[in-house]
Design a protein around this ligand. Structure first.
Ligand SMILES: [Zn+2]
Length: 416
């Protein structure tokens, strides 16, 4: 009997199925083998997050309802619109941005200061501690090297430029805040990390196991002694109300909102932000944070990525007034209005925080939204006129001594 030839439709169907299986396998391998994607917490670890009021139905949640996208458009049409839609003319500066490159290793550790490294990255000296926040030394803020390129002239720092870092703070796991090559490069010069719940698993994929462990077991006694020292020095800090004082249990310490840690004269408080997380398609697997850094002399606040919300007034009333705050002020869009702030909202948030000085962050290095790259600076300069605090707009790399800030230029005008 003659074998019946396979129908053309069946052949097409089989070919399509083979392509789908190959694509799925390739995507799976790409995610598994490419370390850029990090590693989400395993299911046993995720189960433990149910103890947090910020975790529900298998994902972290915000304090108030926060739709990611506030547009009738579908996700696909938004994506297509972002790629092919009408663009502003001025998403990136044409010229190199003016920058400074200080010798970080020679900065006097007794000086309280900050250096903006572009976007949301900062080097801080406070209370005798050297701190990095969301450092990105890569040329791209994306898992692939052709996407989200940094502005011309802004790739001027690398891990070797810095002295050993006492504290590395990571606000959340998005690519423009948690950069795999940077974290790798900082592995052997970082003494302690603090990041949100679930974030340790990224470091577990990227760092050697021994670098996730605390070096000593006497940490608890140290912290108790440190607390006593601070109490002896001042009546102002540490803050014990509204927070949950924790001891370090890992070199990569996870924190829930309102968890607080003490390192010598420095108190760190992990605080709420209004945002989301994830480096893959898994929704909100890790917690996003803002940070308050408090010493007997100074109070600083970092919003991380955040939409505007009641949390700023709450943080201001509990932990303000802040000497300096730096807030998410760029990459805004009406279509994702609840997860990033526009400059008017961040100016209002600085007021809510009872700030004495405010610096726009999430600006000046990467373009992730359809607005002119310098618009946040221009709009913030006008918006702050409604309030009584100062606007500090350092150039990338400019050293800002908190007790003696330099004059600030409108440097973005020259970088068209
Ligand atoms: Zn983000």
């Amino acid at each position: 009997m003659m074998k019946k030839p396979m129908s053309f439709t069946l052949k097409i169907l089989i070919a399509v199925m083979v392509i789908i299986v190959v694509l799925a396998l390739a995507s799976y391998l790409f995610l598994k083998l490419n370390p850029e994607f990090g590693q989400n917490p395993d299911s046993a670890t995720s189960l433990s997050f149910n103890q947090s009021v910020n975790y529900k139905d298998g994902e972290f949640i915000n304090q108030v309802a926060t739709p990611m996208i506030t547009s009738d458009d579908s996700q696909i049409s938004l994506l297509l619109n972002n790629i092919f839609g009408a663009k502003k003319a001025n998403l990136k500066p044409q010229a190199e941005l003016p920058t400074n490159k200080p010798n970080f290793k020679q900065l006097n550790i007794n000086d309280d200061l900050f250096v903006w490294l572009g976007h949301s990255s900062y080097y801080i000296q406070l209370g005798g501690m050297r701190i990095l926040i969301d450092p990105i030394f890569s040329k791209n803020a994306a898992p692939v090297s052709f996407a989200v390129a940094a502005f011309k002239g802004t790739n001027i720092f690398n891990a070797d430029d810095f002295p050993d870092i006492d504290l590395l703070l990571i606000t959340h796991d998005h690519y423009d805040h948690l950069d795999y090559p940077t974290i790798k490069a900082l592995e052997f010069k970082t003494k302690q990390v603090i990041a949100g719940l679930g974030m340790r698993s990224h470091f577990a994929r990227w760092w050697h196991e021994q670098n996730l462990q605390l070096k000593q077991n006497t940490k608890q006694n140290d912290d108790a002694q440190n607390l006593a020292n601070i109490e002896h020095q001042t009546n102002k800090s540490p803050i014990t109300e509204h927070i949950s004082l924790k001891n370090f249990t890992s070199k990569v310490q996870e924190a829930d909102w309102y968890d607080s840690f003490i390192m010598q004269n420095l108190q760190i408080i992990a605080l709420p932000a209004r945002h989301f997380s994830g480096r893959t398609l898994v929704k909100n697997p890790t917690l996003w944070l803002g940070f308050a850094l408090i010493t007997p002399n100074k109070r600083l606040f970092f919003s991380g990525d955040s939409g505007y919300g009641p949390h700023f007034a709450d943080i201001g009333s509990k932990f303000g007034a802040f000497d300096w705050v730096t807030l998410d002020s760029g990459q805004y869009d009406p279509r994702w209005q609840f997860v990033h702030m526009n400059p008017e909202q961040s100016a209002a948030a600085a007021f809510d925080l009872q700030a004495k000085a405010f610096t726009p962050a999430h600006v000046g290095r990467f373009s992730l939204a359809n607005h002119d790259w310098d618009e946040p600076f221009k709009r913030a300069s006008i918006a702050i006129n409604n309030y009584g605090y100062e606007l500090w707009t350092p150039k990338i790399g400019q050293v800002v001594y908190l007790d003696n800030p330099p004059p600030f230029e409108t440097w973005w005008h020259k970088a068209q």
